[in-house]
Design a protein around this ligand. Sequence first.
Ligand code: TRP
Ligand code: ZN
Length: 880
Amino acid sequence: MMTRTGQEVRLEDYKPTDFEIETVDLTFRLDASRTVVTSRIALRRRSGGDAPLVLDGDELTFVDLKIDGRTADSGRFDASPSRLEIRDLPATEFFTLEIVTEVAPAENTKLMGLYRSNGVYCTQCEAEGFRRITYFLDRPDVLATYTTRIEAPKKDAPLLLSNGNPKESGALGEGWHYAVWQDPHPKPSYLFALVAGDLAVVRDDFTTASGKPVKLEIYVEHGKEDRAAYAMDALKRAMTWDEERFGREYDLSVFMIVAVSDFNMGAMENKGLNIFNDKYVLADADTATDTDYANIEAIIAHEYFHNWTGNRITCRDWFQLCLKEGLTVYRDHEFSADMRSRPVKRIAEVRLLKAHQFPEDSGPLAHPVRPVRYSEINNFYTATVYEKGSEVVRMLATILGAEDFKRGLDLYFTRHDGDAATIEDFLACFEDANGTDLSQFSVWYHQAGTPVLSIASRFDASAKKLTVDIEQSVPPTPGEDGKKQMHIPLRFGLFDPDGKEIAAHSVAGIDVSGDVMHVRERSHCVVFEDIGARPSLSLNRSFSAPINIRYEQSSSDLAHLARFETDPYSRWQALSELAMRELIAATGAIRDGQSVGCGDALIDSLLSTANDDALEPALRGQAISLPGEADIAREIGTGIDPDAIFAARKSVIDGIASRGRETFEGIIENIMPGGRYSPDADNAGRRALYLAGLGYLTHVALPPDALLPIIRSADNMTIMSGVLGILVHRFPGSAGAETALAEFELRFRDNPLVIDKWLMIQATIPGPDTLERVMRLMGTRHFSIENPNRVRALIGSFAAGNPTGFNLPDGAAYEFLAEQIIDLDQRNPQVAARILTAMRSWKSLEPVRQEKARAALATIAQQSSLSPDVRDITDRTLGQ
Ligand code: TRP
Ligand code: ZN
């Protein structure tokens, strides 16, 4: 078997290039099967030696090379699809190369480099896609200014776009035309973009804080213009917010967004020309859910924010990916929190982090936020780099406080504008601006694994003392031994028996600033003095650190916090901890063949939160949505039997539903917003609470026949698809469910983004029959292995979002996934590798399933022609 050794890239090997590229002049003569790319690059020799110049390529057809304007003899260079090596270069400091390559956009199924999506030419260059267009020093520390000339037949491609400002355009012979774009800002090649095709445009204007006008343009397929209005609105709000909150202004005269239907990820921040998966641009009430709207707002903002955190200041190398991604996610989280409800946003963030990043951090694919090795960079666009990377920035803000954090960030923007920077550069700005030492804090970037704080507390009534023992540890992760102690900012609060928060006057044994304890040592013995009666301790309020807490807190303490916590996030946290205990106990009972009950502490807390009109509806909705099956599996950790978890969770829900029937009936009668659909946070929260209440009611009342009319009369996609999901998941195979699915298909059959929801709902039906359904759906016109959104909706959500349907004891679904991965890998390795990560937690399964999962992974590993992407994930997942 092939191993990964030898092809690994290591941070410690970083070396600047021998040559700088100062300017890049590109000419594209577009043709679907034979595009000719001419690249004129001006180089400067940095070091004295006569080292050859080695340019990166990937599946390129070499056509021609000129050095300083003269055709190079074949003896001076070697060209292969993946490399151009040029020897005995001019001895002068400056020289130019003119390189001609040919590429075939229509055959580019990897969707990296120049490809076609629905007849539109587009590019994706991050991380290493530019080398699929022309030979280049394709690494982020090579910054150049780009001029791009695009030539194409006017009828196929009336629209010709690239980065920067439009310079010139005109007609050529035989129905062809051209346009020239110039980007004044030096940039790395991964930010290059080109779009050419026949698209409609939605326009708007923006004036920056310093008075510069900016044209805003969103390009979509003809007829979809109305569905771009929300994205445009989100963009303008993001631009204003970045000026007000971070003092960042836009820096070109035009900002363009293009929506395409074939895209490997969510969106891409190319300078001045963002390219988006159309799923994150297009929305209207009939076709988009509240979640879709929230995602569009967040991703439009994310890509826009990259203009400073990513583009003006970029990464020195790909190990520094979190420099731009962690910081930009932090910025988009803050934006959404300001636009919507901060606690609701925080709960959603923590749920997502725990669902995606925690399992990554505790499994075979664990890696530090700033990794030191990779064999395929595409596989490092992970929840750890993005989401944990954002949490690390958030902790920095917590530790420094708002003012010092701002001072450090301002220094970062001024000191590193125009640079390709590192995490060390970033941290040095906060140290230098504030005279602080962040060396212990920096461990968050270097060490993988989710830290654990083990807590024990005791109250001495006569001494009026609460003693809290805190011990930190970090579980082992692949390739790292000897974990270091970390600096963990732990927000806390104490609540007296009446539910009032105690201002903790004197605390010994730990540094405290405001409401934050600074855990820095392996163990702390913390003493709170002058406490009159045994208090309830609330820890990690607002999720101040991305850690696990092991604390044998009584159920009555948790119920007390669920009722009296003043931080709404922490109220949810207490309730979900209470629920998790109940669900874990119920799973144990199912496995031991015992009957499952549900404790009153949970039901009382949950129902009183559900009934609390003082809380915003979205919070009440979050409060009653129990941890999912995968959350329970993660907390149990080993010997997982997904069927037992499913049965346990269902019993607990049955128990809550039968006692809470009136509460839930009250909710569904009263909570829905009136009037026309609006995606705003309050209305969306009302719908979320309604759906959560409705879900419970299907366990005690509401048969399929009662749900069908709700779907039929819904005036928005949130309710329509939400109730469809409830119906189909609760009553799989029922006549009502199948009728609803058929009606939905009939109505939306020509809207692929809506059909994705239909595919996803079916792929996540619990139980053993879903595998066959997924296979059948793959044969319908609604599925295409070529489109990443379809593949993710059907195969991705089946593998990652259907614990009972995917983890069949006979391993049939694992075998199915292995076949699909092997097939998909031939066409789109990046998407194949991503979907395969669904198997990363295989070692936590019970032995029978574990062996089947291992066998399926071994089938993939045995293939001789795997892509580096799938090879890397397979080998690491197997632990090789
Ligand atoms: N930089 C993009 C973002 O987070 C991520 C991205 C988009 C990407 N497309 C990609 C990364 C393709 C790798 C490959 O905003
Ligand atoms: Zn990003």
